[in-house]
Design a protein around this ligand. Sequence first.
Ligand code: AMP
Ligand code: ZN
Length: 278
Amino acid sequence: MQRDKRLFQKIIRRVNNAIKDFAMFSRNDRVLLAVSGGKDSLVLALVLRHLNYNFEVLHIDLHIQGYSREACDKVSNFCEFHEIPFTIISSFDAVGLEVGKLNTANKTCAVCGSIKRQIFNSFASEKGLNVIAVAHNLDDEAAMLFANNRLWHFDYLKKSLPVLQAKQGFVKRVKPLCYVRESELKEFSEQAGIDVVKTTCPFSRYGSRLKYNHILAHAENEFSGFAYDYYLSFIRQFRLVESIEAEQLELQPCKECGELTTSGYCRLCRVKKGEWDN
Ligand code: AMP
Ligand code: ZN
């Protein structure tokens, strides 16, 4: 068997195990796959298609100069070539914001995350898709977990779990790549010649994410398998985390747009008012 076929089989096995271990979805579910145009989400699209799941792709045009155009083109070319149903939504059309024009300094990545989440949820709800799959890999999740570990904020720690159950206006969100290493996805996408977005988002250097990725990569160099042990041990203990879940803040509709939020106005409405700092 060719090297890329063997690696693809390995990735398929891991995705299959994650889907089963965490009861992410079955063939009766209708899945929205959020695709950025990067290697992780494009490989996940190939795996879900191979496994015959009922899914469609959503890509959000975030209007980031020097980045979004290429991402939209890569996603549409890929989906057309592989005959995967897809939709591209402009963040401006959906929520009135262009990430490239936000005036949010080093908070841009956080606001961008909120924009994506809101659009994923409303698109899935409107189309009757009952699961949202995102393509965070094991190393992404370990780095995120480490960042949230800094303050041991249980509500944030819970976000690192492979499944976030549906609640109050939020569609169930799952991470089928939670057992797959970043290096495996990179190697496979290169071997298979998948045409992924080459440029990195110009805002990523302002966020803290890359710094945490570097810290975890360093730990991995010192202790082989560190990210795997760290993240999987967390997952194994997740029942414990759930049982000590801090009192949940009640969500209420935003006073401006009705989106569910913990404060009077949702994050996106605060950004529009120029009050974006928390
Ligand atoms: P990121 O936060 O950019 O690492 O992205 C995490 C996940 O969100 C990716 O693996 C994709 O599943 C999804 N995603 C990121 N950017 C987009 C986008 N522009 N459109 C749709 N999904 C996206
Ligand atoms: Zn709002």
